[in-house]
Design a protein around this ligand. Structure first.
Ligand SMILES: Nc1nc2c(c(=O)[nH]1)N[C@H]1C(S)=C(S)[C@@H](COP(=O)(O)O)O[C@H]1N2
Ligand SMILES: [Mo]
Length: 408
């Protein structure tokens, strides 16, 4: 059974009334340099940076509200200091269009069609018995994570760095589900659609496709489990696609349709958006070539300290945080900046696609630590750059994130 809790799952939306009150407070209190209670400062450069915090979404602890309908919730950075697995109740949420607030699992079917030998319509039990059950620990990161930190600023959801999380996903291999219908030779891509449909006339449905060789990978899943529980509704109950190492735009939630293609995918969210320039671009550049955003680069974060914190003068200072290799295992993390270059010690390895903890000790803090950060590299030789690879959608941010600590 995919869901021991029963065959119906419903999101009971309690009144989520943050936003307005918070916004009213922000002006006068900001002038005094204070953060009003119930608000968080995302540190976005030169623009409105305060967001309300709310515990009011069903099944969620305190989350940063980026938008209420459809729900777009960010994880506070402090959560990443607590471990490498992001708990379900603190995991970021992103829906492009309004999400269904209930799903009848007993009636749910996944249609497998397109370029297949025998189109199929599969129940949850048929999906669960399509093959061996597989677990993978993988980071789900929005392509726009950290977009709000872009300079110059770019349009789109103004995320801090909390549009990411790492979970243990359980499911069956997508290739085993595809085998139920039989993929024809000449297949190029596999496209997914969820139960969510746009309510605006003529607006494109959120459908996404991946190349056939990625779809056939042993670790690409049709998943029903997230950290040992059925997928919460906000995260795509009853089934979602998991593509370890790739940005979560491909991790389609509330999976309803799997379609095998034999040509290019000209659908909106592949052909028109979620694309990155093939060459470096500058603000104002036009008519440059783009490709779909795909695999993730390495990233790392200091989680033990925040910008502006203090460090004891004349004392050793231990910093800790998390890092990821992206689409390949992490190879090393170094502390850099303020004249330092120190290798960090890596924590337990939970697989190439998981967060990994790191720690490092500065032997003696002799002055302010200005612009320190960590720099991760992966086994394929990708290294976090010192300057932002700016692009007009703020995608795939992986510049070294820097903070300053005051010695006192
Ligand atoms: N059905 C469906 N799946 C979707 C989306 C969506 O709008 N609808 N958004 C995608 C994007 S852009 C992101 S960042 C992730 C967010 O996953 P999460 O809400 O589980 O964190 O879901 C992806 N899967
Ligand atoms: Mo996203």
């Amino acid at each position: 059974m995919i869901d021991p809790d029963g065959d119906k799952r419903k999101l009971t939306r309690r009144a989520v009334m943050v936003g307005a009150g918070g916004a009213a407070l922000a002006g006068p209190v900001l002038a005094q340099g204070l953060i009003p209670s119930g608000m968080i400062d995302l540190g976005l450069p030169g623009g409105p940076s305060l967001r309300p915090l709310t515990p009011l979404f069903p099944g969620k602890g305190e989350m940063i509200v980026q938008r209420i309908r459809p729900p777009v919730l960010e994880t506070p950075m402090t959560v990443f200091d607590q471990g490498t697995i992001t708990p379900n109740d603190r995991f970021f949420v992103r829906w492009n269009w309004e999400m269904p607030t209930s799903v009848n699992a007993a009636a749910h079917r996944v249609a497998v069609g397109g370029a297949v030998k025998a189109p199929a319509s599969l129940t949850l039990d048929e999906i669960a018995s399509a093959g061996e059950h597989v677990e993978v620990v993988a980071i789900n990161q929005c392509a726009g994570n950290g977009r709000g930190l872009s300079q110059p600023r770019v349009t789109g959801g103004q995320w801090g760095n909390g549009a990411m999380g790492c979970a243990r996903w359980t499911g069956v291999r997508l290739k085993d589900v595809l085998a139920k219908a039989g993929v024809v030779s000449g297949a190029t891509r596999v496209r997914f659609a969820g139960l969510d449909v746009p309510l605006t006339d003529g607006a494109p449905q959120f459908i996404k496709s991946i190349p056939i060789d990625i779809a056939m990978r042993d670790d690409v899943l049709v998943a029903w489990g997230m950290n040992g529980e059925p997928l919460p509704l906000l995260h795509g109950y009853p089934l979602r696609i998991v593509v370890p190492g790739w940005f979560s735009t491909y991790w389609v939630k509330m999976l309803a349709t799997i379609e095998v293609l034999t040509g290019e995918d000209d659908s909106h969210y592949v052909a028109k958006t979620y694309r990155v320039p093939t060459q470096p671009v500058s603000p104002g550049d036009k008519d440059f070539a783009t490709v779909p955003i795909t695999a993730m680069p390495p990233r790392s974060f200091i989680t033990s300290h925040a910008d502006g914190d203090t460090a004891a003068l004349g004392q050793p200072l231990t910093l800790r945080g998390i890092a990821m290799g992206g689409d390949a295992a992490l190879s090393k993390v170094d502390l850099v900046g303020s004249g330092l270059e120190l290798p960090c010690e890596l924590g337990p390895d939970e697989g190439p696609f998981a967060f990994r903890r790191w720690t490092v000790t500065i032997p003696d803090v002799s002055a302010d630590l200005t612009g320190i950060g960590v720099r991760a590299a992966n086994v394929n030789g990708a290294v976090q750059p010192g300057t932002l690879g700016w692009n007009p959608s703020g995608y795939a941010r992986n510049v070294i994130e820097r903070i300053t600590l005051r010695a006192q």
